[in-house]
Design a protein. Sequence first.
Length: 505
Amino acid sequence: MQEKTNIEKENQVEELDMNHLMQIRREKLSELQAQGKDPYEITKFNRTHTAGQIKANYEEFAEKDVTVAGRIIAKRIMGKASFCTIQDSDEKIQSYVSINDLGEESYKEFKTWDIGDIIGITGFVFKTRTEEISVHAKEVTLLSKSLRPLPEKFHGLKDPDLRYRQRYTDLIVNPEVKQSFVLRSKIISNVRKILEEKGFLEVETPILNTISGGATARPFITHHNSLNIDMYLRIALELNLKRLIVGGFDKVYEIGRVFRNEGMDIRHNPEFTMLELYASYQDYNDMMDITEELFSRTAKEVLGTTKITYQGQEIDLTPGWKRITMIDSIKEVSGIDFNQINSDEEAVALAKEKGIQIPDKTKQTRGDVISLFFDEYVEKTLIQPTFIYDYPVEISPLAKKKKKDGRLTERFEVFIGGREYGNAFSELNDPIDQYERFKKQVEARDAGDEEAGMMDEDYIQALEIGLPPTGGLGIGIDRMIMLLTDSASIRDALLFPTMKPLNNA
């Protein structure tokens, strides 16, 4: 109890210190405004170069005038001369500031500026005696006053919860975080480049829909006032993209946000970014090839290698990934062969014998049990990239059945580091079969399964017009980012992850 009291006292002291420093900064701002020098009234500043450009090309800039701008992150006052370091969008650079160059009044003002203030500096580029590339200031301008000290001024910004809530300060004080999001942008750009090389057209489809479909997930519901109807935030991109294939596009893709009203953990956020692509006259084997190329080429082109380390595990993304059926993977790990188990009753009995918990929402089938066994025995063992294919039809309502065994579908998921990264089908294009599968989803939903899909009559009509043989693929972009940036949590791959409001904690 005493320890808790001491912590509370320490927090109160920090809060008092923060309030005191913020008050001082506000007083400084008031003085500037009284003198007609309000920094917030500046609307534009003509910066000529960034710190990164100057430091990367010193010989070109040596002794030449430049104008830089950025946030003060360090400051050392030494009487009539000072050093300060500013940080801009891509680098930081030191500046030498003296009373002889600025004049007494300007130098006096400069000394009152705080860490966190945003300033502009005009001067010539030189190297100090310690060979540090710097700007010898001839003129300095206060462009924006920071009224709140940066977090590390007190207790640092290492607490993940605070970092996610205050991403703006996280990006300032933790440069490696900013770099990971620069990589995110490069990774997505590279994915687009590869798909465009392959002839895919990028499209946009609605986020708001009157029917929730394309995946098994609980949707978010909102209300459209003008139409007076409930609408669903999309849980997948699939059905509208396949409508475009029906309409005559051969290859389409979309990278966009989807929304699922489910639990939150290190792999799940209520909104996340998906890549979905569809190619007519292709099947799930072609989608495996595309998946390998997207991951391996992106790693090579962005990181310079296909051999990476994720959370201490060495992973080789070089093409030639293992491919194994779901049933064979279970047999390989557990010795249990579902090719020898042909009835629902046998499968359920085996699950009970092995202590595998079976959901009681609806009647469990052999296919459902196969999926449960895979989750229990296999998924965690798939460290190197592996395609698990030929999924049971019960858990694959949008995939085409296999000719040789109608209980299975031409579907795969790709696993890396014990996690699923992508899902693909030879798309079901039989409208009669699709209608029957939608009916089963509706039955499951009526029985209480909130994640089951709905009947989409318009999509059935589209299939009746005619969907060519088509391969489809979905990849969780955020998980791909996590893998290639060695991020432990999806929140480290999202600039603004969903957080519970503090006042509701």
